[in-house]
Design a protein around this ligand. Structure first.
Ligand code: ARG
Length: 470
């Protein structure tokens, strides 16, 4: 049998008498985006080759040829000197065909392997690195948030519900809420890693191989090991080639992270508006208007908010992609890559820009305090005070409502009400009640774990500084 002609791709040789139509090549190729798996494809192939040698499929000399050939191809790709060919469809066939062209033993490399288990392997290896990087970027953002809080630990702002001023909180407490969210995100990526870190190689196209492969050897060499250093290999060949759960998990963790970043963006956008004027984002992280000379816009936060839509969309695409697929591998699955790559790239770009921007924010301490000092934000403290005097909370709530009503009708702030105004509402409302409106004292009294009190927030800042230190 003659060697495959260029028009007959590796996967078509023998069975086909004609090459694929031009538009078929264009429609089905994936090398334009899966080329980025090249490093993992080569490392995976090297491990597979070593294993083939260990079971006698390759001689030592053949293995050497293959390893050198793959190493050389890797260098060329790295240096941008490798020519990717659309007619070879994907990264796997590009590398294998080039290797085989250079060294005859290359023709043995695909023994007991299919692109179906190969692509699953490459993706899993690629994702392990991405997960580590995403987690590091989450860490950096958390640290930037903690440092911003630490630099402004005296700053009070109103906490909001329904976007209405509710109760005073430390600015740092608000930031630490996001640090908590990001920490859960980190946990979700960590969990995902465990299910990504399973070696599918040896599953073949769907039904393994009649050859006696040493799957554990490959797994070990490629770092697919558990905490006890034992190799972790897939238990079911059909599942291994058709499973994309781990990609969905990654994209789901990413979508939730993107949602958190979107909410953070929204807060930053509000805070930097003239209406709030709580923060200033420095010039490096803002943009101007092409028409209005006075404008300084928080575009980085807006883009981060906007890009969360893409990340959420990618998750939906993947779920939809998978839901109707019969077992096992179907070419539909090639569509997973762009969604995954875009998710990882977008999320990581958002994490980095956010961390940079957070480091370039100055807090308008006076404006924050002004907004937080409205005594009406301490109305609940007055109800708590009444509870301490033995009044049932429901009644206390009602009485304080009346106090707020009187304050409004007299146009007199709560803390400036006269003892006689209070007494008219209820005799239990003595002059001492007004002491609750001392904001400093009010913040000192919030002592429970999780509350935005002075000591507690400092404790939390300290906790996170320690937790996040390298
Ligand atoms: N490029 C393919 C993908 O990403 C690789 C697997 C191809 N397998 C096949 N049987 N055509 O899914």
């Amino acid at each position: 049998m003659s060697a495959p002609k260029p028009s007959q791709t590796v996967s078509r040789s023998g069975r086909f008498s004609k090459g694929p139509a031009e538009e078929v090549l264009k429609f089905s190729e994936s090398v334009s985006f899966d080329w980025r798996l090249w490093r993992h494809d080569i490392i995976g192939s090297m491990a597979h080759a070593r294993m083939l040698k260990s079971i006698g499929v390759l001689t030592a000399a053949e293995l050497q040829e293959i390893l050198e050939g793959l190493g050389k191809i890797g260098e060329e790709i790295e240096d941008g000197n490798f020519e990717w060919k659309t007619e070879l469809e994907d990264v796997h066939m590009n590398i294998e065909a080039e290797l085989t062209k250079r060294v005859p033993a290359g023709a043995k490399l695909h023994t007991a392997r299919s692109r179906n288990d190969q692509v699953a392997l490459d993706m899993r290896m690629w994702m392990r690195e991405e997960i580590v990087d995403v987690m590091a970027e989450l860490h950096t953002l958390q640290l930037a948030m903690v440092q911003l809080g630490d630099r402004n630990k005296e700053t009070l702002i109103p906490g909001y519900t329904h976007l209405q001023r509710a109760q005073p909180v430390y600015f740092a407490h608000h930031l630490l809420a996001y640090v908590e969210m990001l920490d859960r995100d980190k946990g979700r990526f960590r969990d995902t890693f465990e299910r990504v870190n399973v070696c599918p190689l040896g599953s073949g196209a769907l039904a393994g191989s009649t050859l006696k492969l040493n799957r554990k050897m490959v797994a070990e060499e490629l770092g697919f090991v558990n905490l006890e250093d034992e190799p972790v290999i897939s238990r079911n060949s059909m599942d291994a080639v058709s499973d994309r759960d781990y990609i969905v998990e990654f994209c789901s963790a990413a979508a939730l992270t993107a949602v958190h970043l979107s909410r953070l963006s929204e807060d930053l956008i509000l805070w930097s508006s003239s209406e709030f004027d709580f923060i200033r984002i420095s010039d490096e992280y803002t943009t101007g208007s092409s028409l209005m000379p006075q404008k300084k816009n928080p575009d980085m936060a807006e883009l981060t908010r906007g890009k969360s839509g893409r990340v959420i969309g990618n998750l939906m695409s993947l779920l939809t992609l998978i839901k109707g697929l019969p077992m096992t591998y179907n070419r539909d699955l090639q569509e997973d890559k762009e969604r995954l790559f875009d998710t990882a790239d977008t999320l990581r770009a958002c994490l980095r820009i956010m961390a940079g921007m957070i480091g370039h924010i100055t807090v308008r301490h006076e404006n924050c305090l002004d907004a937080a000092s409205d005594p009406v934000l301490l109305a609940t403290d007055l109800a708590d005070w009444l509870v301490e005097q033995g009044v049932a909370f429901r009644e206390a709530h009602h009485l304080v409502g009346a106090v707020v009503g009187v304050s409004e009708s007299l146009n007199r702030p709560l803390d400036k009400l006269r003892a006689s105004d209070l007494k008219k509402i209820d005799k239990r409302l003595t002059k001492q009640a007004l002491e609750v409106f001392n904001i400093k004292r009010a913040m000192e009294r919030r002592q429970m774990t999780g509350s935005p009190g002075v000591k507690e927030v400092r404790k939390q800042i300290k906790f996170w500084k320690n937790e996040l230190k390298d």
